[in-house]
Design a protein around this ligand. Sequence first.
Ligand code: GLN
Ligand code: ZN
Length: 764
Amino acid sequence: ANLGFPRMGSDRELKWALESAWRSGSHDELRSTAAELRARHWQLQQDRGIERIPVGDFSLYDHMLDAALAVGAVPSRFGGEPFDPESDDDADWTRYFVMARGGSLDGADRAPLEMTKWFDTNYHQLVPELDPDQSFQGRPARLLAHLAEARTLGVPGRVVLVGPLTFLARSKRTDGGDPVELIERLVPAYVDLVRAVHAAGCEAFQFDEPVLVTDVADKVTAAFGGVYSALREAAGSAEITVASYFGDLGPSTELAVNLPIDVLHLDLVRGADQLDHVLRLRPEGLALSLGVVDGRNLWRSDLDPIIDRIAAVVEQLGPDAVQIAPSCSLLHLPTDLSREDALDPELRSWLAFATERLDELRVVAAAVDGRSDEVRAELETSRAAAASRRGSTRVHRPEVAARVAAITPEMARRSSPFATRAARQAEALHLPPLPTTTIGSFPQTREIRDLRRKFRRGEIDAATYDAGLRDATEACVRSQEDLGLDVLVHGEFERTDMVEYFGDQLEGFFTTANGWVQSYGSRCVKPPVLFGDVVRDTPMTVEWTKFAQNLTDLPMKGMLTGPVTILEWSFVRDDQDWATSARQLALVLRDEVTDLIEAGIPIIQIDEPALREGLPLRQADQAEFLGWATEAFRLAAGSAPDEIQVHTHMCYGDFGDIIDAIIDLDVDVISMEASRSQMELLDDFTAREYPNEIGPGIWDIHSPRVPSDAELDDLLTRAIEVFGADRLWVNPDCGLKTRGWPETTASLTGLVAAARRARTTVTS
Ligand code: GLN
Ligand code: ZN
């Protein structure tokens, strides 16, 4: 069985088709590209002998948005009337994309649905907005159309839906109430949906309920049985699978195995230890779908142990009660390895993208089925790859292990407490009250991107490229001086991505040519791959930072990406725990900090925007994560002497559950996103009496709007009211990479003026 396939296409055809449709306003080509991609991907799954092929997993933007529309949940600000996406009516396509991306609708400008990370992945889902008296309505048109397409190709198809409880748990209510309370209203819409799809001949349904691996609240637990009884009845003779993934069922095991369903899917990669428990509790008649190949990471599976494991279950339950599947949807993997010819053959032999994962399933199925002969060559290749990776000297470097083993607790601690450091830094830096700064990047303009493209294509040489970047950096430093900012940055023009930049320079990482993974909508990321022990051959940021510092007498911040964020936004090793990988990264960042200080840089900022999203799904696992995550950060920063000011930056507003960990980082200054929440998140910091300095963003950089003086004053006044002026910084929400210069200059002028106005009131 497969649970879901990446949507983009191996050449990111969907991305190009989407972006061209958005530019032109015409959806015809997009419609045909999408249909071609679906057909190609179904075919590819069928060729590999997959028997449960997902239908409905393909989305033009996001599966949570599709789920909302399938139950008719259209917020009134998008017209309120239920509609069918992908219909013949162009207006429906427009409405769909306005819900996803914002834009003009019925003569007014609409903000899009909010986005949030899909569980602990880097995929962003849209957040359905539900009214407390929301009405729902089953809208099967899109699913029926996809099903019909699949049928034409001879693919029976298993229709995939976000399960009703996961759907509600990942939605929000407009009145702030608990969306799960709407379950009674929602179920009839799901029932109608399932009935219609079953009536069209669909004989298999997959309901994705990853909420089962989280700390499910009692309300959700209580609802599960009733919901699935209703769906059971609606589905008639069809097979019902409930898919849990991203972790183990833990305390939800008993609930899950006793649902009135046919198949329960288990993630045996993230929840490797749950199988025995499930087998003990499993009632007669419940089939298990064993998610044995990794849907979240790109390492080729070691097939022998997987085959043994499955063979044992098959022996116990019989072949009809066992399905073999990826751990979760393959959405989180790049499509296929065929474009990676440029990659070193040994490294390439260690990898499996989505397509190769399905090959693995085919081999496992054959071997378990007693047809090992047919797949002898594949099994040999798998063994050889596993052996070469295990023994490779490119992976294991004794000197790195020795350095990690020699880490002492003192290394992860600054030498003096904050108060002492703050006094020394005040002497060294001479900053005014309410100092102004930015988060790091400045606009990556068309010129910068053109320059980079020409360099990549070999149209200009390295010297010309460098000269272009130097000009941009110098211009950026000059405009910060002109704007009157107090602490400057070099602008990060040499970086396309804050993680890739470090991945490219560190030993132990490699970059793929085409390893794109959907982040949201048409946006894809190409995460670097951490495959071996981490070594820094030369300084990574010192040249650029020094160049910028030498242009000005004002203090320059050295900008680094923190160890946790580098891990979260990469494909990481599966042969070593995250904590060890984090320590290795921390040590090379520590060396970089030392070199920056040596080069005369007075302030170091270590960004950890991904710290919050790495938080494990279950509370019981969170302390351990936060323990090694904060230790790694402090290890990176710990060598800075008292007079060197250490900053960090975090995105997203939701800090309540990690506030103690943030305190534990013991940074001198933290900046974070705050303007959209009207400084509400400062309450988390004041409630815990956050002891150090803080810069809540007063300019929402996610929109091109220039904030008015009144708005800036208002946010700053609010920040001063709740936090006091003594330890407050004034800065935007986040980096300015995606902004243009005109709004950047205008907004920063306003920001500096607001800080100056506030200074006169707080010092008088
Ligand atoms: N220093 C980075 C920048 O300004 C931080 C970006 C982020 O937090 N995502 O671009
Ligand atoms: Zn940010």
